[in-house]
Design a protein. Structure first.
Length: 368
């Protein structure tokens, strides 16, 4: 399997795979992980494909049909002429966290400074119709993360997204916009200057080839990339419905951290944040310091090392499980600790109060 050198034949096959009807990101990833390369997928027999993916004749024939050669060659030409870099799933610059998501795309198109998979990635999202409070929270958060080797990710939309991007640019921080269309356009057009600056200080990322319009159905798909590539998703301000809520729930579904700024219960534009906090999808934060504590990014003083051998009974088991698995759901702890709900709750509360573990949204826990 290739890593950093993008073989033209393999890229051709990968682009053909992404254009094949009835094959989405999940199925494409299953095939690629089994056969190793896109070229090998197309060389596989119908029997091999059926054995791996459990496909019927229609899907196999769809894959085996002639690739759209003209479209692929035109798209390759577009990439060369416009400085667009293809990022296959196996490339070292493909966002590492995104690659861990089962529904992640297997090919991305990127323009700008390639992501390095080092440092921290924070998605800052929210409503397009923000208040002054939301704007200030977004800008203050980004500015306070300036010294933390953070890349800011968002969707280049009006409102919270663009304020986060612009503040990152002003603070000389890398920032990446995930787009719901091809790289032959910028939507909204009002943000073309910010997008141009981001190419020099971050980049533009999409799973869509050139010519793809910013159609409504593309935005939820875009949101899964934002959620999937971030260490933590911060919802600054949003109503009870909208793209930010979708992104937050996707991030939680990927077992990623989600944080939200609370707002007045009478303010509809904070209704979504308050609901995410109430339902334990998001952790309440009021500042960048709170976010850094949530993510255990604080650098002040020596970090406490939790050693399972210092504990006894169910507490030792809980600490051991958390040390092995990272974020763990309470149901898994119940199974491994082999004690009742009440006893486990008492153990978790004691460990949390003593600073050994941290409660996360979605009834998950991890070591501090």
């Amino acid at each position: 399997m290739y890593k950093d050198e993008i073989c033209e034949g393999e890229l051709y096959a990968l682009m053909a795979l992404t254009r094949t009807p009835f094959i989405g990101g999940r199925r494409a990833r299953i095939l690629l992980e089994h056969f190793g390369t896109a070229e090998a997928v197309f060389e596989a027999s119908g029997r091999q494909l059926a054995a791996v993916a459990g496909w019927g004749e229609q899907r196999i024939q769809s894959l085996k049909s002639t690739a759209d050669h003209r479209w692929i060659m035109n798209e390759m030409r577009f990439m060369q002429e416009h400085g667009v870099y293809p990022l296959p799933w196996s490339h070292s610059n493909f966002p590492r966290l995104l690659n861990a998501c089962a529904d992640a795309p297997v090919l991305l198109y990127y323009k700008g400074m390639l992501p390095t998979n080092t440092g921290k990635t924070v998605a800052v999202i929210g409503t397009r119709k923000n208040t002054d409070y939301g704007k200030k929270m977004a800008e203050d958060l980004v500015a306070a993360l300036q010294e933390e080797n953070v890349t800011i990710v968002s969707g280049l939309a009006f409102g919270i997204d663009i304020y986060a991007h612009k503040k990152a640019l002003a603070c000389n921080m890398p920032t990446i916009a995930v787009l719901a269309h091809g790289l032959d356009r910028i939507y909204p057009a009002a943000h073309k200057h910010a997008a141009a600056a981001m190419i020099q200080q971050g980049g533009l990322l999409t799973e869509y080839a050139s010519g793809t319009l910013p159609d409504k159905q593309n935005f939820p798909m875009r949101n899964r990339i934002v959620a999937g590539m971030a260490d933590v998703t911060v919802v600054v301000e949003t109503g009870i419905k909208g793209g930010a809520m979708i992104t937050a729930k996707l991030a939680s579904g990927y077992n990623r951290d989600v944080a939200a700024f609370p707002g007045k219960i009478t303010d509809a534009r904070s209704g979504g944040c308050n609901e995410l906090i109430r339902t334990h999808v998001a952790q309440l934060i009021g500042s960048a310091a709170d976010l850094m504590e949530l993510m255990n990014w604080k650098q002040d003083g020596p970090k406490k090392v939790v050693q399972p051998e210092l504990f006894a009974g169910p507490a030792a088991t809980v600490v051991e499980v958390l040390g092995e698995a990272g974020n763990v759901h309470i149901e898994q702890l119940l199974q491994r600790a082999d004690i009742g709900n009440a006893a486990l709750a008492a153990v978790l509360l004691d460990l949390e109060l003593n600073g050994f573990i941290q409660a996360l949204p979605g009834k998950c826990y991890r070591l501090r």
